[in-house]
Design a protein around this ligand. Structure first.
Ligand code: ADP
Ligand code: F6P
Length: 478
């Protein structure tokens, strides 16, 4: 293994690939789920940086290796830590709390201890791997203590932190037993980035409320043992997709052909409604299915004229809320198909699987209505992916007001998914809109995602972190 130090590091809970072992015992790498990887992978490839993260399995970590121009440095996480740090504190305490407590959050002291320990491990590896004055970009809610831990070991580094999920209002954050530690952990960064302006404001407000600091504009001054006074900046940087790559995949003849095949395989319906989500209770899959069922019951929609395709990527399958959600969703799909399906023609095509980018893009191309209706979501890249794949400006995006993307994609058919009547109305509005209206909206949204792509997001964040654009982040220093 080389002993090169990196001038640019990303530190995230997951590597962009998971290690999977097939039936014959051979190990191979598979793309990890979620929007974080979608957004960061192209950035890291361009910067030729190092990515420190977990390979998705309990136990010892594989050696560091290079993949598609990115150096990957796996971090080991034991079985007990997977349960306490990942499934426990990250996904049963923080995740529901940060998503408006749409499900009950649980706090356990043993989970917190593991969270601290694993955060310390990530910070130590980053400190060892970073060159003098390197830039380290820490990602997401699983690693909120890393900025302060890293600064303690390596005050020479420039440290950025980006939260991919919502940051809760003061009243909700205050429920967390370890609220002070989390806040101080984040304040170890020079720049703390959020998806929406409200989230940055919540954070700054909390520094005053909990720590008695005096935020001014986007800044708050902190005193730590390492410097007399240090300014921490907190601001919103809405994340995006690699639009150019998405567009070129959507233009591939095989993808266009596959989209036509999908339409045929679905029985050539007049309207295809599509949902693509991790199987997560924040995504509003249940409510979406309920709205679809009621529209069928009301006679507003009928099968096979209209069919729904719901792709639900397996996610966090050992966490209780997720197991329950899977049962509820599958029951609802069964119920709808029982009542409204036909032989060889279900009303809902439910796919509990991961897909490669081309198949997903073909689905986007085939869909007349893309239903992105989370109860709360940091951004939702699926919404942007759909828009970017509609090269002829057709199609309609039904978008929840509670997705970060709603702050940018103003021309979507926006709905409050908590209001069943409004959700049903949203479906009908998108379905019955004139072609002219849909094209006008889609064209404007495509223009937006072209301009505001993930490369621009990374440039904005890094320049706010004080990394000059001309600085060759691609250099790996000795
Ligand atoms: P989250 O980060 O909460 O999962 P996002 O919508 O921001 O939500 O990002 C999800 C990412 O995962 C998108 O890039 C999407 O294309 C990808 N994705 C979603 N479902 C699947 C699937 N079944 N197979 C492969 N990729 C998927
Ligand atoms: O930002 C959302 C997020 O939690 C990412 O941090 C994560 O990579 C993705 O969703 C998928 O979740 P998980 O890593 O728990 O499978």
């Amino acid at each position: 293994m080389s002993n090169q130090k990196a001038s640019f590091l990303v530190v995230a809970n997951r590597l962009p690939v998971d290690s999977v072992t097939d039936a014959d015992g051979n190990r191979h790498w598979r793309r990890s789920p979620g929007g974080l990887v979608t957004a960061l992978h192209p950035v890291l490839q361009a910067e030729k940086g190092t990515w420190v993260g977990w390979a998705g399995n309990a136990g010892p970590a594989p050696e560091a290796f290079d993949l598609e121009g990115v150096r990957l440095h796996p971090v080991s996480i034991s079985q007990a830590e997977v349960q306490r740090y990942y499934e426990g504190f990250s996904n049963a305490s923080l995740w529901p709390l940060y998503h408006d407590a749409v499900e009950t959050r649980t706090f356990r002291r043993s989970w917190w201890a593991a969270y601290e320990e694993v955060n310390q491990r990530f910070a130590t590896i980053a400190a060892e791997e970073a060159a003098q004055n390197a830039v380290v970009w820490v990602q997401d809610y699983q690693l909120q203590l890393v900025p302060a831990m890293l600064r303690q070991m390596r005050p020479d580094l420039r440290i950025g932190f980006f939260l991919h999920i919502p940051f809760p209002p003061v009243e909700l954050f205050m429920q967390m037993p370890q609220r002070v530690q989390i806040l101080k952990g984040l304040l170890g960064a020079d720049l703390v980035g959020f998806q929406r302006p409200f989230a940055a404001q919540n954070f700054l407000r909390l520094t005053k409320h909990l720590l008695g600091l005096q935020p001014r504009g986007h800044y708050v001054a902190v005193d730590d043992d390492l410097a007399d006074e240090r300014l921490v900046r907190a601001e919103s940087f809405p994340i995006s997709i690699d639009t150019a790559t998405n567009e070129s995949i959507a233009a591939e003849p095989e993808v266009i052909k596959r989209a036509e095949e999908i339409r045929n395989e679905l029985g050539d319906p007049r309207t295809i409604i599509l949902g693509v989500d991790r199987l997560d209770y924040t995504k509003g899959i249940e409510l979406r299915l309920k709205a679809f069922r009621e529209l069928l019951e009301d006679g507003e929609l009928s099968v096979p004229d209209t069919v729904m395709v719901q792709v639900a990527t397996p996610s966090r399958e050992r966490v209780e809320h997720y197991m329950k959600l899977r049962n509820k969703v599958e029951l609802e799909v069964g119920r709808i198909n029982g009542d409204f399906g036909q032989v060889g023609g279900p009303a809902v095509h439910y796919l509990h699987q991961s897909y490669d980018r081309r198949e997903l893009t073909a689905l986007y191309r085939a869909a007349d209505i893309m239903a992105v209706t989370p109860m709360r979501d940091g951004m939702n890249l699926v919404a942007k992916e759909y828009v970017s794949s509609r090269l002829d400006n057709t199609g309609a995006l039904l978008l929840s007001e509670f997705a970060g993307a709603a702050g940018e994609l103003h021309q979507a058919y926006q709905v409050n998914p908590h209001d069943m009547a409004a959700l049903k109305q949203g479906f009908l509005e998108a379905m019955h809109a004139s072609d002219t209206d849909k094209i006008k909206r889609m064209r404007a949204m495509r223009r937006h995602v072209r301009k505001h792509d993930v490369q621009r997001w990374a440039r904005r964040f890094l320049s706010a972190l004080g990394v000059p654009e001309q600085q060759a982040l691609s250099r790996q220093c000795l």
